[in-house]
Design a protein around this ligand. Structure first.
Ligand code: NAD
Ligand code: GLY
Length: 369
């Protein structure tokens, strides 16, 4: 079993990564099961594919399981489902000292984390992520949220889990497109500040996507090590270090907005195209070697991820896409911080990007593709 510690003083916690961990969760989670029971919140897809494994292992350890099963999909991160979840938790007489288990992808993790942060002014929760995106990113670091009419993730809190338990074998039932989208968040860590990890990704992505257990475990471990270090340094995204995790997200957010935050472009797919655009824009500005931008684009293309406006199914022109960026929640005092790169593994935050130049770049990039 690999163990990564998120060092946050009194809010520190462990991330445990082990193939088959779900089948041994009874032993791992026993210390968290007050009065011999655990409430497990999940969605209908995960309930069908993975809950029976967790259920069997908890029962074998004499832990009673109270499942709460929500509908799958981004729309579950809503006021309506938050209320439904809080009512269900209260009906089960959850107390402050209890731990709620979030079994699922980023949707379940974000919703359960937010519910835990406000229920009885805060009870505990445990992340058991079942998508690659959640295993390498959203289950770690304590960002919790639901969506508002005005935009995604606008209502939420920073609230750390008590434990993150990752079983890479849960990815066996995940649709390949979801795994590929989650892979964008893996390669992101290499692009931010670890060129050697980008080389590892280039050499091992196909094995990882084909389900190789060792490749999955290494990718998850290296990703959460990188994220844990960043979160320990800048938990609330105040120093600028945690903002590096948003590489590709400003372009990606505009692409997701243009495609209606729908299945046309999954979040990780938007991030992939966004990272390729950020590298090509950096090359256009003369900050980054064109060869590095080309290498990033070629890798994302090789693994079947969107890497430009056409492959992201985006029809809008540059001006309309920049219009979407103006609604980005990172917009502050009329400027939008942009993540650019001086090369692979050399991402930095720029505050002097001219949005009309970004619009011109997007139009030129479409024509050049
Ligand atoms: P998701 O939770 O919607 O899961 C994707 C799909 O896969 C769903 O249909 C789900 O039911 C299904 N699924 C999950 N695990 C499965 C499994 N093992 N087998 C079969 N089906 C499975 O999506 P996601 O990509 O995991 O997360 C996206 C969400 O994460 C977004 O809401 C995004 O805002 C959020 N997010 C949060 C953070 C953070 O730091 N908190 C970071 C990145 C993304
Ligand atoms: N996924 C970005 C962050 O956790 O800060």
């Amino acid at each position: 079993m690999a163990l990564v510690r998120v060092a946050l003083g009194a809010r520190s916690y462990d991330i445990l990564i082990e193939q088959g961990a779900l089948d041994r969760a009874g032993d791992t989670l026993a210390p968290y099961a007050r009065k011999g029971r655990l409430v497990v919140v999940t969605d209908a897809n995960v309930a069908a594919a993975q809950l029976p494994r967790l259920d069997a292992s908890l029962h074998a350890a004499n832990i009673a399981v109270e499942p709460i099963i929500l509908p799958p999909g981004e729309q579950t991160k809503s006021w309506r489902h938050l209320e439904q979840l809080l009512d269900a938790l209260l009906a089960l007489e959850i107390e402050r000292g209890d731990h709620i288990v979030a079994l699922g992808g980023g949707v379940i993790g974000d919703l359960v984390g937010f519910a835990a942060s406000i229920l009885k002014r805060g009870c505990h929760f445990i992340q058991v992520p079942t998508t690659l995106l959640a295993q390498v990113d959203s289950s770690v670091g304590g960002k919790t949220a639901i969506n508002a009419k005005a935009g995604k993730n606008l209502i939420g809190s920073f609230y750390q889990p008590a434990l993150v338990l990752i079983d890479p074998s849960t990815l066996d039932s995940l649709p390949p497109r979801e795994t590929r989208a989650g892979y964008a968040e893996v390669v992101k860590y290499g692009l931010i500040d670890d060129p050697e990890f980008f080389d590892w990704c280039a050499a091992n992505a196909q094995a990882l996507l084909a389900g190789d257990p060792d490749a999955r475990t290494i990718a998850i471990q290296r990703s959460v090590q990188a994220k844990a270090a960043i979160v320990a340094d800048d938990e609330r995204e105040t120093s600028g270090r945690r903002a590096l995790l948003n590489l590709g997200h400003t372009f990606g957010h505009a692409l997701e907005a243009d495609t209606g935050f729908s299945d046309t472009l999954l979040h990780g797919e938007g991030v992939a195209a966004g990272m390729a655009l950020a590298f090509r824009y950096s090359a256009r500005l003369g900050l980054c070697a064109q060869a590095d931008a080309d290498r990033v684009t070629a890798h994302l293309k090789a693994v079947g991820l969107p890497h430009d406006l056409a492959t992201a199914h985006v029809r809008a022109g540059g001006a309309a896409l920049v219009g979407h960026m103006l609604h980005d929640k990172k917009m502050a005092a009329g400027t939008l911080p942009f993540l650019l790169a001086r090369g692979i593994g050399q991402t930095f935050l720029s505050k002097d990007v001219a949005l009309d130049d970004v619009a011109a770049f997007l139009d030129a990039d479409r024509t050049a593709a």
